[in-house]
Design a protein around this ligand. Structure first.
Ligand code: SF4
Ligand code: SF4
Ligand code: SF4
Length: 173
């Protein structure tokens, strides 16, 4: 008998929760969702916000320009400005920033490897770490983490082997 009561009670509570979740559901801002989807997603905090969601909210509310995310490219700025119906600020040529490790001082502590939000560092415990420049966004998180101070973030000179076509901007209806 008590088994039946538990089943009935459980069903009623489940039904009540289902109705409440639909009735009191908080709709997300679709503009924030769109901007967040365009951001690099590194959650690195270089924009001064706790993460990309908060940065997207600030961009939508106007507290932050579309140039507020250092790792994002000019393609992001143009796409975000289009979504928000504003003119892109901070446009122009992208300055590329990359991290590099001074291998002679790397202790292999793995802190940079664990901290990099873009998985752009390879290495193993007590082994020299290195940066995969194709993936690095220059966000500086690793440099702030390294206890040896042996990570430098620099702007490489533009050369033929470092130039890429800008990433395409997703077509929007
Ligand atoms: S700087 Fe860009 S990638 Fe990093 S948390 Fe802010 S919005 Fe996200
Ligand atoms: S700057 Fe450092 S933390 Fe940022 S993406 Fe490059 S390697 Fe990773
Ligand atoms: S944080 Fe610095 S010392 Fe530690 S593995 Fe990375 S580069 Fe080497």
């Amino acid at each position: 008998m008590s088994f039946v009561i538990f089943i009935v009670l459980g069903s009623l509570i489940g039904l009540g929760l289902g109705v409440a979740s639909r009735r009191f559901a908080v709709e997300g801002d679709p503009l924030v969702d769109e901007i967040e989807a365009l951001l690099p997603g590194g959650q690195c905090g270089q924009c001064g916000k706790a993460g990309c969601r908060q940065a997207a909210e600030a961009m939508v509310s106007g507290d932050m320009g579309v140039d507020g995310c250092p790792p994002a490219s000019s393609a992001f700025r143009l796409a975000a400005a289009k979504v928000l119906g504003i003119s892109a600020s901070g446009g122009g040529e992208d300055v590329i920033w990359l991290a590099r490790v001074d291998e002679s001082h790397c202790s292999g502590c793995t802190r940079c490897f664990k901290a990099c939000p873009y998985d752009a560092i390879v290495g193993a415990t007590k082994q020299v770490h290195t940066v995969v420049s194709d993936v690095c966004t220059g966000c500086r998180v690793c440099a702030d983490t390294c206890p040896q101070g042996c990570i430098e973030v620099y702007s490489p000179q533009l050369a033929a082997n470092r130039w890429f076509w800008p990433k395409p901007i997703e077509a929007r209806g």
